[in-house]
Design a protein around this ligand. Structure first.
Ligand code: GUN
Length: 296
């Protein structure tokens, strides 16, 4: 393997350590403990694992964790009424509703019902607009964590070419905005892009966020490029003994060509939760007018 491995697990551990120190300081100086409410509707096994990890790491960082597990039959009105309660609860500084939601609940209505100051996912249109126009706002966790890894690997990003593969509201679009704000020349590639391999091959930085197992091949990558794999895909093992988790990048070929590359697991995934904790800490600081410690 030619590429240098980007260790998101170690990076996120160090970030969570800084957050825990900042949280202790906020408690000491302002007598406030950041609180994160996570709402899970239904029994999707992958979502249950994420939610459990989030709750554990929230408590480890010295914050309060409020878990709300609702049955898949919960109505949209019931969910909206819970969010209204959480919006009004002074102990809750951050609210995260785990996506995807069951099909009978409109995601847009739910996201828009969360108070923008408690929207630690950064999905509310008010935050989306502020991030897009560079006026602050809550930055979505996965793009924020990915950007931190890219900057750690490459330093100043000015003038670099970046290709974001995938145009979701959660990752692709905000990722492109952040790279643009860091003076990259940014292309968003997607399922209708013509000759996506040669588009990708022009990039100094590739962020893969398509949700298709091992789609980005070694020959899509410019030698020495920085490759960030956001994908978390479960695929059946060939011998029929369960499943394995792979990214959107064909890691073994890509790591022969790239300069830096994130593994799956252990790359972007742990950064997402650490950034969620960071956003919750920042929301708690804002709620009491405290100056946040620079954790990034
Ligand atoms: N489901 C997968 N990723 C995310 C995320 O970042 N936030 C929420 N709320 N749900 C998700």
């Amino acid at each position: 393997m030619a590429a240098k491995l980007i260790d998101g697990k170690a990076f996120s551990q160090s970030l969570r350590g800084k957050i825990a120190t900042a949280v202790a300081c906020l408690k000491h100086e302002h007598n406030v403990t950041p609180g994160l409410a996570v709402v899970l509707v239904g029994e999707d096994p992958a979502s249950q694992i994420y939610v459990k990890n989030k709750a554990r790491q929230t408590v480890e960082a010295g914050m309060l964790s409020f878990e709300h597990k609702l049955p898949a039959t919960t109505s949209e009105a019931e969910l909206l009424s819970l969010i209204e309660e959480l919006n009004a609860d002074a102990a809750v500084h951050g609210i995260l509703v785990q996506l995807p939601l069951p099909a009978h609940i409109a995601e847009k209505a739910v996201i828009e019902s969360i108070a923008p100051c408690k929207d630690v996912d950064g999905f509310h249109p008010e935050n989306v607009g502020q991030v897009a126009s560079g006026e602050g706002g809550v930055v979505p966790c996965t793009p924020l964590g990915s950007l931190m890894l890219i900057k750690d690997a490459l330093g100043d990003l000015s003038g670099k070419t970046a290709v974001v593969i995938g145009r979701s509201n959660i990752v692709g679009k905000p990722m492109a905005q952040l790279l643009l704000a860091n003076n990259c020349t940014v292309t968003i590639a997607h399922s209708r892009t013509r000759d996506i391999a040669s588009v990708a091959r022009a990039a100094d930085i590739i962020v893969a966020a398509v949700g298709r197992p091992e789609m980005i091949k070694g020959d899509w990558i410019k030698p020495g490029a920085c490759v960030i794999d956001v994908g978390i895909n479960r695929v059946d093992k060939l011998d029929g003994t369960g499943h394995r988790v792979v990214g959107d990048v064909a890691f073994s070929e890509a790591s022969e060509v790239a300069g830096n590359i994130t593994p799956v697991p252990g790359g972007v995934g742990p950064m997402t939760i650490a950034c969620l904790l960071a956003n919750t800490y920042l929301a708690a600081c804002r709620s009491v007018g405290a100056t946040a410690v620079d954790i990034f």
